[in-house]
Design a protein around this ligand. Structure first.
Ligand code: ADP
Ligand code: MG
Length: 619
């Protein structure tokens, strides 16, 4: 009975004060956990509705809820909304005079407010402490909790002192923490710093199913963007550039080419920016070119694509910007045009970033190394051959399947090859040259390039000089990428990005194991036409039998060669085999994931199975 009553109370409050009929995903469970007296850490994307998760229980629990929030504007918004909904709430921050604060706290003592927002600095003031020690605090909520972590993006040292505040209270309230972005590390910091006790941890809703993700490694970015826009003339979209100059250049280029474009960056007057923003929101211009200054508070729902002309500085930035596509739930595309030069631009931008005086020397060091790390992860996103959606979701701490089946990597045809010798040569080359050079020079050396730089550094005398000239540049880069990804090499975090050996490097030289790399069959990725190839889920009953046969064959081939089955062929390849039923080598080459090498190695075996099945069919 109790339970029913509680549920009724919850829904009633939801409706009465917030005007909603139902909870959004994740909300109800968090509310329940708080009401049961358990600490909570909730990681939910922006706009998911975190406020409600603590405001609703605040109304149902006896006592006051104190909410720590980092920004005055955020507090004001929330308090205004609450008061309008008929909930007594107040904020205490530096926008009030001492007198006003005293008065608010007087009222608070009389039990006037259910919810009080405070800036973290406030907690330590004697006046607030005095209040908190004499009031009945039901809950302490820490909003934007990532500010607690030096590994987070907006580290606020004063958040670290929330713990002290709790220690001083006569009775420990329930503690709940909320944030939109928290990597594993940041989450650990939040849990530790707030000393959450057996907390209920919820990570929900980062996946945006309607978004298609793609990374393109291209040289001619302008040309690529132009052809994209040509193919999407009817659509509204945003193109992000790293710098103002980039925005201006691309703007002139596209305007000259006859597209309906606007621009937005911090170098424009505020009137020009507002005008430009409105043009975009009211669809008077289709496409907005902007730096990351654009987008806050923009809730244009029909953005069909977000293109990145440059790689952003972090996955946090990327996902927030890309996430502005498809708010209406309709299909939308997020394409990142990557070139290694982007890393250089971003390093420069990070180096010249002004840091506020809030940090100590030590904190500053950590913050800078964190920026470098985030940039590095961003680069990994741009160069991975794995599922992009998986990468994103894992980054934000959410579990995700290995393959989404619908990002550019999942849709691409990958070839696998054993690059053991090349990998060993790379290690030898780095070692012999004293680990003093970056990736490009090592590639040049291994390919046997005859350039002034190589001669100057006498890299042409390196025993590995020219050793991998046959492999070619793209594959050699892929080998190095894989070595970096698997920890056989590392890059220094400074601007020089020197290649260094790791404790694993040496072992690779003597390893008998194959070193698998995967690479794209076609050099340049096809544009974002989503090839609809059969997936295992769509097979007919008859195909399914063959599919199972092929699976067994694959397992057998894999065992014989001592490799994992997916190296032999992916499920997608098997499904496509069932669909296309190839009879010849040429036809087999048409099958998704079947390259020359694969056909050479396994072609006959697969063809035989397919022929067998076809023959049975005729009987
Ligand atoms: P967050 O803090 O997670 O970014 P907010 O708490 O500011 O998000 O909520 C975003 C929006 O979602 C607000 O306009 C809020 O009123 C709305 N919202 C929250 N919960 C619900 C719900 N259960 N039903 C409908 N709208 C909701
Ligand atoms: Mg919020």
């Amino acid at each position: 009975m109790e339970c029913l009553k509680e549920t009724a109370d919850k829904l009633q409050t939801l409706k009465t004060y917030f005007g909603y009929d139902s909870f959004r995903p994740g909300q109800e469970e968090i509310v329940d956990q708080i009401l049961s007296g358990r600490d909570v850490l909730a990681v939910m994307p922006t706009g998911a509705g975190k406020s409600l998760c603590y405001q609703l229980p605040a109304l149902l629990m006896p006592g006051i809820t104190v909410v720590v929030s980092p920004l005055i504007s955020l507090m004001m918004d929330q308090v205004k909304a609450l008061n309008e909904a008929g909930v007594h709430a107040a904020y205490i921050n530096s926008s009030l005079t001492e007198n006003q604060i005293a008065k608010a706290l007087e009222l608070a003592k009389t039990g006037r407010y259910r919810i009080i927002y405070v800036a973290p600095e406030r907690l330590e003031t004697p006046r607030f402490l005095d209040f908190a020690c004499h009031a009945e605090l039901a809950m302490l909520t820490v909003d934007e909790a990532h500010c607690i972590s030096q590994w987070g993006q907006d580290f606020r040292p004063s958040y670290l002192r929330i713990r002290e505040f709790v220690h001083r209270l006569p009775r420990r309230p329930v503690i709940s923490a909320f944030t939109a972005t928290a990597t594993e590390r940041v989450r650990e910091d939040i849990l530790a710093s707030l000393e959450l006790e057996n907390p209920f941890t919820a990570v929900t809703g980062f996946d945006r199913e309607n978004l298609y993700f793609e990374v393109q490694r291209v040289k001619d970015k302008k040309g690529k963007i132009q052809s994209y826009l040509e193919a999407h003339r009817e659509d509204s979209g945003i193109i992000y550039c790293a710098t103002r100059k980039g925005v201006d250049e691309l703007y002139l280029y596209l305007e000259n080419a006859g597209f309906s474009v606007g621009r937005y960056h911090a170098g424009m007057s505020s009137e020009a920016r507002t005008a430009s923003q409105e043009d975009f929101i009211y669809d008077r211009v289709k496409v907005m070119l902007a730096t990351n200054a654009f987008g806050m508070g923009i809730d244009k729902s029909n953005v069909r694509f977000v293109l990145h002309y440059n790689m952003p500085q972090s996955m946090e930035n990327y996902y927030q910007e890309a996430g502005r596509a498809g708010r209406d739930g309709g299909p939308a595309e997020c394409i990142l045009y990557y070139s290694p030069q982007d890393v250089v631009i971003n390093r420069f931008l990070l180096d010249s970033k002004e840091r506020t005086g809030e940090y100590t020397q030590e904190e500053l060091r950590i913050v800078c190394s964190q920026d470098a790390e985030r940039l590095h992860r961003m680069e990994m996103y741009c160069t991975t051959n794995g599922c992009l959606r998986h990468f994103i979701l894992r980054y934000f701490g959410e579990d995700a399947p290995e393959n989404c089946g619908s990002c550019s990597n999942c849709l691409a045809d990958f070839e696998q090859m054993d690059a053991g010798e090349a990998a060993a040569d790379v290690i030898r080359c780095v070692k012999a040259s004293g680990q003093r050079f970056g990736l490009n020079l090592m590639v040049g050396t291994l390919l046997g390039a005859d350039t002034a730089k190589i001669r100057n550094y006498r890299l042409d005398e390196n025993p590995s000089y020219g050793k991998q000239s046959k492999l070619g540049q793209p594959l050699l880069r892929e080998v190095i990428r894989a070595l970096l990804e698997q920890g056989y090499l590392r890059q220094t975090e400074d601007r020089y990005s020197l290649l260094k050996l790791t404790e694993n490097s040496e072992a690779l030289l003597y390893s008998e194991e194959p070193f698998w790399i995967s690479y794209r069959r076609e050099e340049e990725r096809k544009p974002a036409v989503r090839k609809k190839s059969a997936s295992a889920a769509e097979l007919t009953e008859k195909d399914r039998e063959l599919f199972e046969e092929l699976r067994k064959l694959r397992a057998e081939l894999a065992r014989k060669r001592g490799v994992p089955p997916y190296i032999v062929a992916s499920d997608k390849t098997l499904a496509d085999l069932c669909g296309k039923m190839p009879h010849t080598r040429e036809e087999l080459l048409e099958v998704n994931g079947m390259g020359e090498k694969k056909v050479q190695m396994y072609g006959e075996a697969f063809l035989a199975k397919v022929r067998e099945a076809a023959a049975e069919d005729k009987v």
